[in-house]
Design a protein around this ligand. Structure first.
Ligand code: ADP
Ligand code: MP5
Length: 266
């Protein structure tokens, strides 16, 4: 049996809703073999981030080399890369291993407000990682940081996508989860704009939505889907995961990574 293979280079969320845990669950539900290179261990639950322990650069490098050279990867995503040297290392490894299917989720701040990327590292994302990305998936606060402008409307999101494309990624997905009204994401590939829209689901259980969305894009790219097909599946996946909420913990709970798979079986 052959199976598509995906690697996530990201942080661990002990609460299991975001980070590599969300990524591996998503890969599994989408029928893709998942691997991980941990960049940091976070102490997290639905109430917030209670500690961050970055891993040594050598440990991150060796994890990536070990899986890429032996098992091989069809697509890779990056999540939490909290410091400049970690960003530089991830970008160097992507180049060295000639990985073309790279999804960059420019994780900056957790839902509860804790910084997962040092402010001084924001430019390193632009300089080193965006030029090697197939797809980049900023949410609205991340978009505002990347282009140094406020976003208030879907038209602002389109303008932002154009600007971010100039940093080098082949496709930009500006996610609209933080805007009021329907949850509209804008996709721009340098030629056309596409809108991924769904009705807003009223819930506080959105911990890990960005990780889950970008992991689903990565899984579909690993299977050989084109970017537009991959982001469409990811939108359906995250909409199912948010609407079929698990109600875990006392704060911002995780989404239901199994919901999409269950719906497809019906
Ligand atoms: N309340 C919601 N209802 C429906 N879709 C949502 C909701 N919140 C987020 N989404 C969708 O989940 C995905 C992640 O979005 P977003 O919350 O903007 O990212 P992040 O988790 O990185 O902050 C996007 O596809 C977005 O449209
Ligand atoms: C280890 C880790 N990585 C990423 C996020 C962002 O989560 P979200 O998808 O809610 O923005 C997180 N909370 N923890």
């Amino acid at each position: 049996m052959t199976i598509a293979r995906a690697l996530t280079i990201a942080g661990s969320d002990s609460g299991g809703g975001a980070g590599i845990q969300a990524d591996l669950k998503t890969f599994t539900v989408l029928g893709v073999y998942g691997m991980s290179a941990l960049t940091a261990i976070t102490v997290q639950n639905t109430l917030g981030v209670h500690g961050i322990y970055n891993l040594p650069l050598e440990a991150i490098e060796k994890q990536i080399d070990a899986v890429v050279t032996d098992i091989g990867v069809d697509a890779v995503k990056t999540g939490m890369l909290s410091q400049v040297p970690i960003i530089e290392l991830a970008a160097a490894k992507i180049r060295q291993h000639r990985i073309r299917n790279l999804v960059v989720d420019p994780v900056m701040v957790a839902k509860g407000g804790a910084r997962l990327l040092e402010a001084s590292a924001q430019n390193a994302l632009i300089e080193h990682l965006l030029p090697v990305a197939q797809v980049v998936t900023p949410n609205l606060p991340e978009t505002e940081v990347l282009i140094e402008r406020e976003i208030r409307t879907v038209d602002d999101m389109r303008e932002a996508a154009k600007r971010i494309l100039e940093f080098g990624p082949r496709t930009v997905v500006v996610k609209g989860g933080h805007l009021a009204g329907d949850a509209v994401d804008i996709v721009y590939d340098g030629e056309n704009f596409y809108e991924l829209a769904s009705p807003r689901i009223e819930t506080r259980h959105t911990h890990g939505t960005g990780c889950t969305f970008s992991a689903a894009v990565t899984a579909e790219l690993a299977k050989g889907k084109n970017v537009l097909e991959a982001v469409s599946v990811a939108k359906e996946f995250i909409t199912c995961a948010i609407s079929d909420s698990l109600e875990l913990g006392g704060g911002h709970g995780p989404t239901n990574h199994w919901a999409y798979g269950k719906r497809k079986q019906m």
